[in-house]
Write a protein that binds this ligand. Structure first.
Ligand SMILES: Cc1cc2nc3c(=O)[nH]c(=O)nc-3n(C[C@H](O)[C@H](O)[C@H](O)COP(=O)(O)O)c2cc1C
Length: 413
């Protein structure tokens, strides 16, 4: 087994004693453990136990002499961080971005390329409290791996949810998170608006900028997935390591998608490109008719210039048929124009049905703000609306969570 650096954070729950067993098991497997504890945690478990088990000092204080940069150095050191047990108080602080202790400051400096796991432990009422539930949802949307809680008798005498998961199951989760090599998951993301040539210098295009696709791609690139970014020459680009591929118009987009999907096993396609519904058939001006492709500049002396366009097929409806991997997951986008919610819903349902998309993201022209940034994304699957997101980043994190972390396909959808 590979040896990992595990940062184990303990907070003030009565279940804190179970972290001693967890540390002992992980140490026996040969990993390096460093413990960060809140002041409350040390009311429940002694520093001597933790230092004895890990052979490392326990970190508690942000301003301890000689350890002032712990909030950065420990993040760099750790391959995985786990908060176990995680109190309601700490969960709510993490979700609110509070950094009032070493433990919480470390989360603000967390590198989301590495797993961050939370194992909640609390009384049922604290667990069900709206603040705890909304904090957990928020943390999940940021890519935090929140472990389920057990159900059973709690220290307070109640029976219900909120019990810390059994240490053996926590260990399974830790190893799964460490094993997950996102590199083996291939994602194709299409971006930008097609540009249909009229002649050698003129073209018809749309308002797509590729900013949403670039932000989504950035999330998956940061998490080390194998991303192919198929984009128009003027689309926004992500940074980091990815396969760069380009298209210009409807035909070249269709050709590239087909080539990529038939020659390699992609796991996920996020089809965000804005595709022209029509392409040029011929141009009529004066008494002349020009057939496509028109290489030169069309003479502009005539009073009228008639463009005849032909309807294109829907590339999105062919994506699954092109794919060599028959388990491909397809996320498609429906851009509506000031549509009433029931019309938006109808359009989403039509797209889900015709394209066999697993998920559809609907966004509306009215939610486009200055800088051509889209602000509201509604995510649907074939059964219902899953949620709304205020940014492409939140949408990407949720897609990753549903598709890869919860293993959408393995879970039988
Ligand atoms: C005996 C006792 C047991 C507690 N158990 C829990 C618990 O299991 N989960 C929890 O969320 N809070 C629990 N609390 C409350 C927390 O200790 C309290 O909210 C504390 O401020 C948490 O601080 P921390 O999150 O910085 O560790 C308990 C308090 C006491 C006195």
């Amino acid at each position: 087994m590979l040896k990992y650096n595990i940062l184990l954070k303990i907070t003030g729950s009565i279940a804190a004693y179970k972290s001693a067993y967890l540390i002992s098991r992980l140490m026996q497997d040969g990993h390096n453990i460093k413990v960060v504890a809140t002041d409350s945690a040390l009311q429940f478990i002694g520093e001597a136990t933790l230092e004895g088990l890990t052979a490392n000092p326990v970190y508690t204080d942000s301003f301890e002499q000689g350890k002032m940069m712990s909030h950065i150095n420990l993040v760099k050191w750790a391959d995985l961080t786990i908060v176990v047990p995680a109190t309601a108080n700490t969960i709510n602080k993490l979700a609110a971005g509070v950094g009032d202790s070493l433990l919480t400051s470390l989360f603000l400096a967390h590198d989301f390329c590495k797993p961050y796991v939370i194992a909640p432990a609390m009384n049922t009422a604290m667990f069900n409290h709206p603040s705890t539930q909304s904090s957990l949802t928020k943390l999940v949307s940021w890519g935090v791996n929140v472990l389920p809680t057990g159900e059973g008798y709690l220290a307070c005498g109640d029976y219900g949810r909120g019990k810390l998961l059994e240490p053996e199951r926590i260990i399974e989760f830790i190893y799964n998170a460490l094993k997950k090599n996102n590199n083996d998951k291939k994602i194709l993301i299409t971006a930008g608006g097609t540009k249909e040539n009229i002649d050698g210098i003129r073209s018809i295009t749309n308002i797509s900028t590729g900013k949403t696709a670039a932000a989504i791609a950035q999330h998956f690139i940061n998490k080390n997935y194998s991303v192919t970014y198929l984009h128009t020459p003027d689309a926004a680009l992500p940074s980091g390591k990815y396969e760069d591929d380009q298209f210009q118009d409807f035909i070249s987009l269709n050709d590239r998608i087909k080539e990529l999907l038939t020659s390699d096993d992609f796991d996920l396609v996020i089809h965000n490109a804005a595709v022209s519904d029509y392409s040029l058939l011929e141009v009529e001006t004066g008494a002349k008719i020009y057939a496509v492709p028109i290489k030169n500049k069309i003479d502009s002396s005539g009073d009228e210039l008639i463009l005849r366009l032909k309807k294109n097929f829907k590339i999105v409806e062919r994506i699954k048929t092109y794919s060599r991997n028959k388990k491909l997951i397809l996320v498609s986008f429906k851009f509506t124009n000031d549509a009433a919610s029931e019309i938006q819903r109808e359009k989403v349902e039509m797209l889900l049905k015709n394209s066999y998309s697993d998920f559809v993201v609907q966004n509306d022209f009215s939610d486009r703000i200055a800088g051509s940034k889209q602000t509201t994304f509604n995510l649907y699957d074939s059964k219902s609306k899953i949620d709304s997101f205020a940014s492409s980043e939140e949408l990407a994190a949720q897609l990753e969570q549903i598709i890869f972390i919860k293993d959408y396909l393995e879970a039988g959808k």
